[in-house]
Ligand binder design. Sequence first.
Ligand code: ZN
Length: 76
Amino acid sequence: MNIAEYTEILRCPACAGKGRGELTPLKADWLACDCGRQYPIVEGIPVMLPDEGEKWFKVPADELPEITEHDRFVNA
Ligand SMILES: [Zn+2]
């Protein structure tokens, strides 16, 4: 799947229950919700975990790590 397909089927877990949570592609490997939560795409798989969204809450796009860097972090 490509990033555009993900934005059609996935919703921010914090907002989906309110009928919202549409995601916008951000940089190469991130999905961002209007609420400020942001989810990384690690090895092609979006990490749609509430904790993950909170971790990157409103972090400016230019401060989000490259996904290779984040990948090591997730697996640590
Ligand atoms: Zn949200």
